[in-house]
Design a protein around this ligand. Sequence first.
Ligand SMILES: Nc1nc2c(ncn2[C@@H]2O[C@H](COP(=O)(O)OP(=O)(O)OP(=O)(O)O)[C@@H](O)[C@H]2O)c(=O)[nH]1
Ligand SMILES: [Mg+2]
Length: 223
Amino acid sequence: MNPATRRCRLYKLTNESGHPSGLIMQFQSLATHGIRTINVMSSPGAGKTTLLERTIARLRGEMAIGVIEGDIETSADAERIETAGAETVQINTRGACHLEAHMIRAALKELDIAHINLLFIENIGNLVCPSEWDLGEDLRAVVVSTTEGDDKPAKYPQMFAVSQVMIVNKLDLLPYVDYDVEKVKRQALAINPQLRIFQVSCRTGEGLDAWCEWLVTFANGKS
Ligand SMILES: Nc1nc2c(ncn2[C@@H]2O[C@H](COP(=O)(O)OP(=O)(O)OP(=O)(O)O)[C@@H](O)[C@H]2O)c(=O)[nH]1
Ligand SMILES: [Mg+2]
């Protein structure tokens, strides 16, 4: 087994006897209602909220997107998401470095889930702790950006081991930074060969068509 994968220890949503907890049952119920959920994680500032803003704008009219916004403080990201046109709930963890499932359960009560097809959870900006907590999501997506150095998958392997999708953002800045996209992809795929990779610039729109096309198939349960 890959050593990076062996180190992975997601806290599963199970009770002490190993059966699904009420929280996971709630997410199963979301799935029954045709709602698919993506947990978006990254270092602070890699572009999670910007990616969601661009995604909401592009998929307007095609599907209804809801967002649970996680931040230590402020409602700034929720305000951005609302301006972009999606229903949102802000969670402030007041110091905690990751979201936990009970926070998601509380936030879900505030969302009109009857009108949502695709639910994003924007986790706290942190490349370590969020990877250890199961929120009951269908899929985990990690965003990396060209401004944070091209060694992140190798140095923070668990995040890449537990994610199914990696989005490399800020391609427009490649002429100005030392960042080897192929090296990042190689590192990430060595940890997790199944990782689906998108390369985008939220600034120029490069790569966002492919991302949104895939999201539509994902939301429809086809990938
Ligand atoms: N040049 C460039 N800047 C970008 C791109 N995407 C996002 N940004 C900028 O990067 C900064 C951080 O973006 P956010 O979307 O707020 O990042 P975040 O991951 O949500 O940050 P936290 O919620 O604080 O963890 C903002 O100034 C964005 O405008 C991009 O593709 N290119
Ligand atoms: Mg954000």
